[in-house]
Design a binder for this molecule. Structure first.
Ligand SMILES: [Zn+2]
Length: 75
């Protein structure tokens, strides 16, 4: 099953929170502030080339792009 998701979509796992983009790389002051405001999620500095792009702030489910947005299971 795949679901088309984008930034701001309601999380299909918990149906409560919205999805925010995961920002990779060394966090700057602005990045940290946006994360504290719940606008983005900090993904860390290590980019593996096939990383999730959206994260739910409610249940921390991560979503990866694979043609369309699909669920990934990292737990
Ligand atoms: Zn969720």
């Amino acid at each position: 099953m795949s679901t088309t998701l984008r930034k701001g979509s309601t999380c299909p796992t918990c149906n409560k929170a919205t999805l925010v983009p995961i920002v990779y790389g060394l966090p700057t002051g602005d990045t940290v502030q946006e994360a504290e405001l719940g606008m983005i999620s900090i993904g860390g500095c290590v980019v593996r080339g096939n990383d999730p792009e959206l994260e739910c702030l409610g249940c921390n489910e991560k979503f990866m792009r694979n043609g369309e947005w699909v669920l990934t299971y990292e737990r």
